[in-house]
Design a binder for this molecule. Structure first.
Ligand SMILES: C[S@@+](CC[C@H](N)C(=O)[O-])C[C@H]1O[C@@H](n2cnc3c(N)ncnc32)[C@H](O)[C@@H]1O
Length: 404
């Protein structure tokens, strides 16, 4: 998958991309315009800005008589710079903290990369693998699969249209890092990790690299997926990139033959597939269960709302949210009854909605006494009764009678 970029340009863009992601980017100046379509364009100045919606790059387009400012998402900004260097501007000056990197094109359009004082030791230039893993939760080595799965180009720059996926992958690893710290994982043997309904494997590869190469734990990671072509593609990539502890199995979440997972992940497994995954984690006594449910359809026909809600629930989207809430709240309550502490929070999804829920459950070290469990069971039954829910997939898996 060649982008046709000269190595100097690729390295420059990689430095820019990495410094933006690591928060060390200070500013960038583009100059020496080639005088293309817009003869009035003089320079472009780029600097990091923090908006309410998060970090952005601010582009100031300087023309003869006017300035135009535009703020863009960091990943889109790096792509934009890639479009401008060489084609529109013959000079680019990058400032990473006190260090500078300069990309110049001669009259023949040949690039030359020069480093100011200390620039070669700028983050991402020649820092050691150890330093990089400290700063980032995905190692630079993840670049091979990010590239092969089409998230980044050969220069390590996020491809157009893949910024959301890239952000989701990094956000997931960050969450995993925190969740693992709060779980009691077994010692003295390799950790078994399963990603149920792993799709194209982005998050499975990320999980493997986080545990194996960043946390440096002995792990075996297994992706489970119904679609054989995805399983084959992922296994080939794992083998080609030397990830011996990562494999993919064709099968269903309920029945695939895999080792009992210590960490079970199921992200965007539709409707009751999430319940099947949770039930498998519970049966295995997984230390950590991480799910991001979606398409909560099962309870819709059963849901009974208080009359006061009826006018609002004429709207389909409110019905949908109502069903999502009832389903996921019930799942969290059942997990707590089954001996787990739960955390429910928002996670980025690129598949269905802009954002959705993550339910993360860590196994308690001590079982609760019978009266405490009975109080939890009663609360679940009252909740189910309030919503008119008589059956739910996870409750069925657990043989938990929702009706009193
Ligand atoms: C929406 S994708 C999510 C992929 C990945 N987990 C992610 O979040 O990026 C759901 C995947 O789960 C698979 N899937 C759905 N139901 C399944 C089941 N019962 N057993 C195994 N895989 C299933 C689908 O084929 C699909 O690839």
């Amino acid at each position: 998958m060649s982008t046709g970029l000269a190595p100097e340009v690729a390295e420059f863009l990689e430095l820019l991309d990495r410094s933006v992601r690591e928060g060390t980017f200070t500013r960038l100046t583009l100059g020496k315009p080639r005088g293309g379509d817009d003869a009035t364009l003089q320079n472009v100045y780029v600097r990091p800005v923090r908006l309410k919606s998060g970090p952005h790059l601010s582009f100031l387009w300087r023309h003869d008589t006017r300035d135009l400012t535009k703020n863009v998402a960091p990943e889109d900004g790096v792509i934009e710079v890639g479009r401008l260097v060489g084609a529109i501007f013959h000079s680019a000056h990058l400032f990473i903290g006190p260090r500078t990197v300069q990309l110049e094109f001669n009259k023949k359009g040949e690039p030359r990369l020069t480093f100011g004082k200390d620039a070669k030791t700028a983050p991402g230039a020649s820092d050691t693998a150890h330093d990089r893993t400290k700063a980032r939760l995905l190692p630079a080595a993840s670049q091979d699969w990010l590239h092969a799965l089409g998230v980044t180009n050969s220069a390590g720059v996020v491809r157009e249209g893949m910024a959301d996926k890239h952000r989701q992958i990094h956000k997931f690893v960050e969450l995993l890092h925190h969740l693992v710290a709060s779980a009691t994982l077994p010692h003295g043997r390799p950790l078994e990790i399963a990603d149920m309904g792993c799709g194209k494997g982005y998050l499975t590869f990320a999980t493997h690299d986080y545990f194996d190469r960043v946390a440096k734990l002995s792990v075996r990671v297994c992706g489970v997926e119904l679609r054989p072509e995805l399983v084959e593609q992922c296994n080939r990539l794992a083998q080609e990139t030397g990830r011996e502890k990562l494999s993919f199995v064709r099968g269903t979440i309920q029945e695939a033959t895999i080792p009992a997972p210590d960490v079970l992940i199921a992200l965007h497994a539709c409707d009751t597939a999430t319940d099947d995954a949770i039930a498998r984690g519970l049966a295995a006594g997984s230390a950590l269960i991480v799910t991001a449910p979606c398409c909560q359809k099962e309870l819709r026909p059963q849901l009974r709302a208080a009359p006061v809600l009826a006018p609002a629930l004429r709207h389909g989207i409110f019905q949908e949210r109502h069903a999502e809430f009832a389903t996921d709240a019930l799942r969290a309550l059942l997990l707590e009854w089954a001996g787990y502490e739960t955390k429910v929070f928002e996670f980025i999804s690129t598949e269905h909605t802009a954002k959705n829920l993550m339910i993360a459950a860590t196994k308690r070290s001590h079982a609760e006494d019978e009266p405490a469990r009975e109080r939890r069971a009663s609360a679940i039954r009252e909740f189910a009764e309030f919503y008119g829910v008589k059956t739910q997939a996870l409750a069925q898996h657990l043989e938990f009678a929702l009706a009193k």
